[in-house]
Design a protein around this ligand. Structure first.
Ligand code: G3H
Length: 541
């Protein structure tokens, strides 16, 4: 028995052996949802089980960790009505509130959820198998995002707090909210990625409905009270249930003004097309990706292997920004594979609370089978699993496979595996690389490993027009969140970053008048009398 076999045999503990600090605490939010400022507990619920199996009679089983609300179309439409009332055709208390007051509410929300850090991280860990340090990091990154969003809005507001005079017209231009926003985040960053759309949508004055992801939803339920306490009724509504029962009726109603969706392009496209008035819908979508790493002839292979392993396997490869295919010159393939395999085989396997654990169980029930099927398809077409433990599975755990040589005949060349497989493609000319990019439906990011400016310069020029971020000698990633995060083709629509998100969820609107004496007097009276929140020259420091 290899040491990995032995590790997998002892991976899942008995319930009583879970360290007390990481055991799930009692949870009063089962089935909770928030509509129109009221937290209710759904009569209809779905069990939520954890990928962190526990031993029962010696067999690993997914334990029940909570109950998700399973809402009806009627519940969903009540949430839509509540959001529409809060928006009130732009005349609601929230969309007309001063920017300073909205900032105050968002900051109060951040303060109120801060003490829930460990509660939220524990739920993230149990529901999606994220390691304890990464779950804490997801919470911290979210609070930081809230803080940075507030600062970015202050800056935007300062810039807008002035009159411009052009060709006899005096005007003030500000960014104004758009209406009702439907926010849908993914299961891999259920908190952070939901909040990177929700917070900017709210702070700009929109009303929001959050449809929680199928997995990774429990961590949101302890936050409902803070939403109810800090925002006027109907401004934030949080619910869960089947997409067809909930999201489709929202879209088909035509009453959603912005769709903020992070998930598959299949679902994103479906939702967009359900809206009866496409030109009235603004979409901001973070979709599929299959970011390639291109290793050049002169690359430092130690560095490339290290970055590619981290880039491909952090959170078990379940990141939209993960490196999902590696291209290596055929002449250097064996050398790179050796380094990749050594590093992959050395990755610590463990339950997410174990110190140093890197590879952890996978939340999707069919994921190990899906990974095995992709590897089997590649095998049938002539590839092999290069690392000795590649593909070893126990219950919800799948050990990463390094698969080589991958070619265009294999599914692994084309599909987004979103899991622990590293497909490696040998290439002989840059033309083969270009052909990959040309036929790929994805266009998020790429990584390039090499040092020759004469070769990398022109390569960058081409890649920058195929993807939206080229990473030099480092893995792909979304952060820092102040940088633009977007993609081409089927990878994204719209751009997110701290400041771009404020633009995405708003539109420029202006007040204009002739630059004559009566108009100047009226504008001055409004500003000095502080009778408008839109038309003002004071600003927040
Ligand atoms: O799943 C996609 C995430 O936006 C990736 O973010 O690069 O920080 O892991 P990350």
């Amino acid at each position: 028995m290899s040491s990995l076999d032995a590790r997998l045999q002892s991976l899942f503990p008995k319930p009583e052996d879970v360290p007390a600090a990481h055991a799930l605490r009692s949870f009063n939010e089962d089935g909770a949802f928030l509509v129109d400022g009221v937290i209710s507990h759904a009569a209809s619920r779905l069990p939520v089980t954890s990928p962190l199996c526990l031993l029962r009679d010696g067999r690993p089983e997914r334990p029940l960790i909570g109950e998700a609300p399973h809402l009806s179309t009627q519940d969903a439409l009540a949430a839509l009505d509540a959001a529409a009332r809060a928006w009130n055709n732009g005349r609601g208390a929230w969309p007309t509130m001063s920017v300073a007051a909205r900032i105050e509410r968002v900051e109060a929300f951040g303060q109120q959820i801060r003490p829930l850090r460990e509660t939220v991280a524990r739920l993230l860990m149990w529901e999606i198998g994220k390691t304890w340090p990464d779950a804490l990091k997801e919470f911290d990154r979210t609070l930081e995002y809230i803080h940075d969003t507030v600062e970015a809005l202050k800056e935007l507001d300062r810039k807008g707090s002035r009159f411009e005079i052009e060709k006899g017209v005096v005007g003030m231009v500000r960014r104004a909210p758009l209406g009702v926003v439907l926010c849908m985040g993914p299961y891999n960053y259920p908190l952070n990625e939901t909040f990177t759309t929700l917070i900017p949508a709210l702070i700009m004055g929109n009303a929001a409905i959050v449809k929680l992801p199928r997995m990774g939803l429990l961590c949101h339920l302890p936050l409902l009270k803070a939403f109810a306490d800090c925002f006027p009724a109907g401004v934030v509504n949080v619910l869960a249930g089947d997409g067809e029962t909930i999201s489709s009726p929202f879209m088909k109603s035509g009453r959603v003004d912005v769709l903020a969706f992070i998930g598959s392009s299949r679902v994103g496209d479906l939702l967009k097309h359900q809206h009866p008035k496409p030109h009235r819908l603004r979409s901001v979508l973070g979709l599929d990706a299959k970011n390639p790493a291109i290793v050049l002839e002169d690359a430092d292979l130690d560095l490339a292997a290290r970055e590619c392993v981290r880039g491909a396997l952090s959170f078990n490869g379940q990141r939209c920004t993960a490196l999902k295919i590696l291209f290596v010159p055929a002449s250097r393939a064996e050398a790179l594979l050796e380094k990749l395999c050594a590093q992959v085989e050395a990755l610590p396997v463990g339950m997410p609370w174990e110190e140093g654990a890197f590879l952890t169980p996978l939340p999707e029930t069919s994921k190990p089978e899906r990974m095995a099927a992709l590897v089997e398809d590649a095998r049938r077409q002539g590839a092999r699993v290069v690392n000795p433990n590649g593909g070893k599975t126990r219950a919800t755990f799948y050990f990463p496979s390094v698969v080589y040589p991958v070619s265009a005949a294999m599914q692994l060349y084309h599909v987004e595996q979103f899991g622990p497989i590293i497909p490696v493609v040998p290439y002989r000319s840059l033309e083969e690389l270009y052909s990959y990019f040309d036929q790929s439906p994805y266009g998020q990011q790429a990584s390039v490993f090499g040092h020759d400016p004469a070769q990398i310069g022109p390569l960058l020029d081409g890649l920058a027009n195929q993807v939206c971020r080229v990473n030099l000698n480092t893995q792909c990633q979304r952060g820092p969140d102040t940088f633009p995060f977007t993609g081409r083709k089927d990878s994204a629509e719209g751009t997110l970053s701290v400041s771009d998100a404020l633009r995405v969820f708003s539109i420029r609107s202006m007040v204009a008048a002739s630059y004559d004496k009566p108009s100047k007097q009226l504008l001055t009276d409004i500003v000095t009398g502080r009778s408008s929140h839109f038309l003002r020259t004071d600003y927040i420091l």
